[in-house]
Design a binder for this molecule. Sequence first.
Ligand code: AMP
Length: 113
Amino acid sequence: MQETIFDKIISKEIPAEIVYEDDQCLAFKDVNPQAPVHILIIPKKSIAKIADADVQDQNILGYLMLKAGEIADELGVKDAFRLVINNGEGAGQTVFHLHIHLLAGRALTWPPG
Ligand code: AMP
């Protein structure tokens, strides 16, 4: 699979403001934040997009969701945050390494905005 900028963040070839890391995942501040809190949570395993995940990925997918909740708690936003996964260019995906956006710190409207 083609290397993305997120692979370079995982390997520390390029810097990022990391807020959490373990052997399975990495979480860092989005460089172009859309809310006062905007964190990207990514698996270290390369999965291009959520539609490419298969049954072997179910543990890491669940793990990322649990970590998102923990990170929201650590950042003091557990009562109001939004998780977003863009899948495919038509949905706004620009980096083809699966990531969960964690957004918080402002009013989050619905439909999404
Ligand atoms: P998406 O549009 O869902 O693929 O989200 C990709 C996100 O990655 C965007 O919100 C970008 O601002 C963010 N991004 C791209 N490059 C970097 C980087 N080097 N460090 C942190 N965030 C990045």
